[in-house]
Design a protein around this ligand. Sequence first.
Ligand SMILES: [Zn+2]
Length: 421
Amino acid sequence: MSHARREPAGNLLLRARVVLPLSRPAIENGAVLVRGGRIKELGRWSDLSRQSAEVVDLGKVVLLPGLVNAHCHLDYTHMAGMFTRPKLFSDWLKLITTTKSEWELADYRASWVSGADMLARTGTTSVADIEAVPELLPRIWRKTPLRVFSFLEMIGLTGRRPPQVILDEALQKVRSLPRSRGVGLSPHASYSTLPELLRLSAEAAQRYDLRMAVHVAESETELEMFARGRGDMFRWLERSGRDMADCGHRSPVQHLEKCGVLSERLLAIHANYLARRDAALLGERRVNVVHCARSHSFFGHEPFPLRRLARAGANICLGTDSLATTMRPRRQTVELDMFEEMRCLSARERGLSPRSILLMATRHGARALGMRGKIGEIAVGAFADLIAVPYDGKQVYESVLEHHGDVSASMIGGKWVVKPC
Ligand SMILES: [Zn+2]
């Protein structure tokens, strides 16, 4: 890699053995011209090399768009390895609820920053993060170069705090935040909220043009609770004082539909357990479904209904979820890392092409966040959010998926995050 000539400031011409725009075929011996934080041109090196710009030859790498992590809980990063796979999903919920209550603001802060650092090093440039601790915002945004889309978590099991009060508090926070990052609403899950909170949140999201993220149909016991009004989650929540009148009628996905939540603004997290009509419904409503492959493995769920959802037209994205639900092998460390998620999915879904998986980790996530054409692809006018990984000279998409660890280079909005060396 060499830094050749230095030309007018702000113009940067990146050269790579392969440029992989994802919005069009790969370009061998390619180049990307960056100006003012955006992509101005892309093409073959021979066509762009006469541009007046500072040239950075990245060498034998694939240059691709930065990855879009469509679901994360940065503030749980330091819970890595704290939990083993629970027998019952509701036991897991009890565990994390207890842990959360024992943590202090400083714990969450350190955890958030460390998670953001992991993502930035390993090729994520945009992340949809669920914020359980809104007090950290907006100051914590300055601790990371990542494009963070913060979804404010709202939980309300009982009516003790009325849904309107919970929502108003979140909306007040939204209004207080600078517009520099994306903000959305996250009524936590179908089971941990009352229908009224879901309904009011969907109306507010529509009114204020906000995205929503909701955990849905993650576990079998949640399906059982909503569809049949029984099971361990049903019993536990009933004992906890939740009004269970919304149970025993329909699936969790149909419950969201009834509350007016299903739309293209929704990021439906997990959607592992679907009733017969659910995939079609998610497709019709153009919902974004976020699959978190390692978290799925951690719980040992039934196979993810990827093909049913894709056929129905749902926009399937990838996310890391948190390290609290990522298996940590003995004496090893685990990191938030979208390449690990892609490989985990690839190992499970043998028929799924590496290209399809990469699209889930880039363009699909961009669409989910309302950022189509701006992130998740190398296209003229898009933000210069780019990453480089070593190229082994073989199949390009396969080569990318085999990358382990930190990326060779990364930039967000034209600024280096991982400087090439
Ligand atoms: Zn989650």
